[in-house]
Design a protein around this ligand. Structure first.
Ligand SMILES: Nc1ncnc2c1ncn2[C@@H]1O[C@H](COP(=O)(O)OP(=O)(O)OP(=O)(O)O)[C@@H](O)[C@H]1O
Ligand SMILES: [Mg+2]
Length: 386
């Protein structure tokens, strides 16, 4: 059986996504009881009773403790820090105290947009959701993590843009409509050049997109994942343990299979699933006749299966595709389109689910950008081109 101290050490793997420190350091582990039969009781103290990240702690604590030899089961309970304890914590994190460090220290929420299969509209949803969050007054960045089939430069009309670097040698992300900062491998390679990636290079490239890009303060960083469940998800989960998943699906009621695949993916990368978005949910003719082209109910089934909310149902509309091809997200070009409306509703749902505010930061005066334009093969990425 592990000792209390060993369990306490293991609990350092559980990070409070809001405060960006582990729950042991934050003194949020109220008690640990180890029983002879391999049962461990852990009580975690939350900052507020309705803590939105409770399930994050639930999963994190269970995973960390169950991994220890001799542990059969874990009971997790919660209480709330007293006002005095909260005061202590505040002082500990204090205004004058150490600021959150790391490249994404000023990014409040990282949301990975993924799916169990390709072509369901991840990239379209990402671009439009970014625009919708911006319309709600949020500061937003988009990281295109699809290095093989990148699409965000086109969707934001930034096709031929080359990012610049500032004096700290940080890459300045090109800024699109509504102030959205966009980063994509598409800015660095010649159009239509085929890229062959090996695992470590992929990891390095994504790491650079997170660490060497001057994202600044953002309410949301949306990450457009490639289709499938491969290396990219794993790498991101490793680099961004606080990220959450938004799953995009289509309405076919054969959701069981897709649900299982999606859940497997999320389980494999150990990221919390925030919710489901159903895309291509019916087509409404100008005469207001509705056709369920891809069936109905798949989004709800998937959400139910995963025990998360269905955040939106986005209909098929021609302008959504046309605007994506033209380089202006539909939410910006025609906010009244039914698909734009649905995406704006999705954004509001996401905001309600992620009430994490930007950490209070000293404002850093940005250095004046220098004018070197990054050449097509920058950043020591040594992109192999076939
Ligand atoms: N609601 C919609 N209405 C009309 N067209 C749509 C809708 N959603 C997506 N599309 C179109 O479907 C195609 C695929 O969408 P998109 O590229 O966003 O999917 P994806 O899941 O990112 O694909 P991949 O798996 O290849 O990355 C695009 O041409 C896009 O414009
Ligand atoms: Mg895509």
């Amino acid at each position: 059986m592990p000792t209390q101290d060993q369990i306490r050490e293991a609990l350092r793997a559980v990070i409070d996504p809001e405060l960006r420190k582990d729950i042991v350091e934050l003194e949020m582990v109220r008690s640990i009881d180890v029983h002879d039969n391999g049962v461990v009781d852990v009580k975690v103290s939350l900052t507020t009773p309705g803590c939105p990240i409770r399930s994050h702690f639930q999963t994190g604590v269970a995973t960390a403790v169950k991994a220890l030899d001799g542990v059969n089961s874990v009971n997790i309970s919660f209480d709330v820090l007293s006002d005095e304890e909260k005061g202590n914590l505040q002082r500990k994190l204090g205004r004058g105290g150490p600021l959150p460090s790391g490249a994404l220290a000023q990014v409040a929420n990282v949301i990975c947009v993924g799916s169990g299969k390709g072509g369901v509209g991840k990239s379209s949803v990402t671009a439009n959701l970014a625009a919708a969050l911006a319309a709600e007054g949020k500061s937003v960045g988009v990281l295109d993590a699809d290095v093989w089939g990148y699409s965000q430069p086109r969707m934001f009309g930034l096709g031929a843009t080359r990012p610049k670097v500032n004096e700290q040698r940080k890459i300045i992300p090109p800024v699109a409509h509504e102030g959205i900062k966009v980063m994509s491998i598409g800015f660095f390679i010649e159009e239509d050049a085929a890229v062959v990636w090996r695992g470590p290079m992929l990891h390095k490239a994504l790491q650079q997109f997170l660490e060497d890009v001057d994202w600044g303060a953002l309410d949301y960083l949306l990450v457009d994942l490639p289709p499938g469940t491969g290396d990219v998800g794993m790498t991101l989960a490793q680099l961004l343990p606080d990220a959450r998943f938004l799953l995009v699906t289509t309405p076919q009621p054969v959701a069981q299979k897709v649900a299982r695949r999606s859940a497997e993916m999320a389980g494999k990368v150990r990221l919390e699933i925030a919710g489901v978005v159903e895309n291509m949910s019916g087509f409404v003719t100008p005469g207001n006749e509705r056709f369920e082209i891809f069936g109905a109910g798949g989004g709800q089934l998937l959400a139910d299966e995963l025990g998360v909310p269905l955040l939106g149902q986005i209909p098929l509309t021609m302008p959504l595709r046309e605007q994506a091809d033209a380089g202006t997200p539909l939410v910006v070009a025609d906010p009244d389109d039914p698909a734009a409306q649905a995406i704006r509703q999705t954004a509001r749902g996401l905001i309600a689910l992620t009430p994490i505010e930007l950490p209070v930061m000293q404002t850093v005066t940005p250095a004046a950008p220098s004018l070197d334009v990054i050449p097509p093969r920058p950043m020591g990425m040594s992109l192999p081109m076939a």
